[in-house]
Write a protein that binds this ligand. Structure first.
Ligand code: GTP
Ligand code: MG
Length: 492
């Protein structure tokens, strides 16, 4: 029968470091008789058996049947409940060759360990009360964090801040539910006054939940990175800007309009945000089917973008097409390129003058991208993708600026994304459950206001409390565990 997360009687083993060659590799074992089983594969079994928790023991891993030496290792011993999983565990640090790691895993399997499922170590930590589901998810988010801000937010979740928020909302919900059910038993006490107090308390919870739901976008930006798309007419200098921002000659640049046919992407980190920067084909009526397709893809990317950088050739100036684009995308950052050229027209108000080729003012542009992302992360709700451009926020630049201007423009107050460890929802699972809870709370409030009988209201309150319980794992089944832990890294 296939193993499941609930096969908790099985002692498990997995390679916890990436497969491949490295200085060291770590093989992790946990579960019933883990130390005794490891001792069967160890050159100094009694030293391992006698080790106290958190002690390292030097020795050789042996094949338990042939007694062949496999590698010289350090074995870290953890004794329940003081281990990551809450069970007896051993971590073997061996030399980092895939062949060694494989032989050691085989030896341990001969001693009774079975290969762990994805995330099974973390599942056991959850099972033994070391982490709730939100914290368990945070462990995986931490392992995968693409940028520093994601790491920081995941660490805050691991510390239990988000779990504590959910727990306090759920407790209040359960209190209201208990009062409501008590009243069900004594219907003669039912009063309009009491109902309006519940409605007010539920509205307060609704506000808190809505605020948490809003943080999902910010969480997603940190987890998955932000999509920043460079768009503009042909020859505006998009590929030149892309190359300068990624500091690499990735995209082909040429004086011929229509050079970039398909989009091109590169990842970079800007002030703690993981940014997927995309260069696109110049927006114009395509001269060929291929160019048409490029333009269609460019428009699609603009639609999906978290931030659009709209570039105009400052020598040519604005035309009607630019006006149409900006009317559709008023939130785009307006960038006036080629300010190094003597015939570049004066940078209009609310545009940022840059030279993509000479890398002038690109720091200011990076900063502007960061403020847009911060705005969307809920750090500053003054503007977002669909709102009007905060034109006053764009720094004024003179044509022919130099990088030296940047430090003056940025000033000492420049904010750094990701330095605030706000409580954010990162997983779609958490967001869906918060939304489900919000729907049930809205139903309960509507029911109270419409004077529905208490038992109907208590059904909605039960559903709301259940959704919250599923977030942290008070309520959950195997299917939920499979979904959560099944996407973890092996050995985690
Ligand atoms: N002097 C100057 N020339 C620039 C600047 N940016 C781009 N160019 C030149 O403008 C021409 C077009 O640049 P690209 O970066 O290929 O423009 P693009 O917007 O990607 O063009 P398409 O891919 O055709 O849509 C090239 O000859 C570049 O060298 C700039 O800041 N200053
Ligand atoms: Mg190009």
């Amino acid at each position: 029968m296939a193993r499941t997360y609930l096969s908790t009687d099985d002692p498990i083993v997995a390679l916890a470091t990436p497969p491949g060659t490295g200085a060291l590799a770590i093989i992790r074992c946990s579960g019933r008789d883990a130390i005794e089983r490891c001792a069967k594969c160890f050159s100094r079994p009694s030293a391992l058996r006698a080790a106290s928790g958190y002690q390292m023991v030097h020795g050789f891993v042996l094949d338990p049947e042939t007694k062949d030496r496999i590698d010289e290792v350090m074995a870290a011993v953890y004794r329940a409940p003081h281990s990551f999983t809450g069970e007896d565990s051993v971590e073997l640090s061996c030399h980092g060759s895939p062949a060694i790691a494989m032989r050691i895993e085989e030896a341990l399997q001969k001693a009774g360990f079975v290969p762990a499922l994805r995330g099974e170590f973390t599942f056991r930590a959850f099972l033994h009360g070391k982490a709730d589901l939100v914290q368990a998810e945070a462990i995986d988010e931490l392992v995968r964090s693409p940028a520093d801000s994601a790491r920081e937010a995941a660490l805050a979740r691991l510390g239990g801040e988000l779990s504590a928020r959910f727990a306090s909302i759920r407790n209040e919900m359960l209190d209201i539910l208990a009062e409501c059910e008590a009243m069900l038993d004594y219907p003669e006490d039912e009063g309009v006054e009491q109902s309006s107090i519940w409605a007010a308390r539920l509205r307060a919870l609704q506000g808190e939940l809505a605020t948490l739901a809003d943080t999902y976008r910010a969480g997603r930006l940190r987890e998955e990175g932000a999509l920043v798309v460079v768009a503009g007419r042909p020859n505006a200098g998009k590929s030149s800007l892309f190359n300068s921002l990624v500091r690499e000659e990735r995209a082909i640049v040429s004086p011929e309009p229509g050079t970039t046919r398909d989009w091109l992407e590169s990842w970079l980190e800007i002030e703690g945000y993981a940014v997927r920067l995309v260069d696109t084909a110049g927006l114009r009526q395509g001269k060929s089917e291929m160019e048409e397709e490029g333009v269609r893809r460019a428009r699609e990317l603009v639609e999906r973008a978290d931030v659009v950088v709209y570039l105009v050739d400052g020598v040519e100036g604005l035309n009607e097409e630019d006006g149409i684009f900006l009317a559709h995308e008023p939130g785009a950052i307006r960038v006036w390129n080629k300010i190094d050229k003597p015939d570049c027209k004066l940078v209009p108000e609310a545009w940022l003058g840059v030279s993509a080729k000479k890398a002038v003012n690109l720091g200011v542009l990076r900063n502007e991208i960061v403020s847009r992302l911060q705005a969307q992360s809920g750090l500053d709700r003054a503007y977002g993708k669909t709102s009007k451009v905060p034109q006053s926020k764009l720094p004024r630049t003179r044509p022919m600026g130099t990088e030296a201007h940047e430090s003056q423009l940025l000033g000492p107050g420049t904010r750094h994304a990701g330095t605030e460890a706000e409580v954010l929802i990162a997983s779609k699972r958490q967001k869906d459950l918060v939304d489900a809870c919000l729907r049930s709370v809205a139903e309960a409030i509507a029911g109270i206001e419409a004077g529905f009988p208490l038992d109907a209201i208590s059904v909605s309150l039960h559903e709301a409390a259940d959704a919250l319980g599923q977030i942290t794992g008070e309520i959950g089944g195997e299917e939920v565990f499979e979904r959560i832990f099944g996407s973890f890294c092996l050995g985690k």
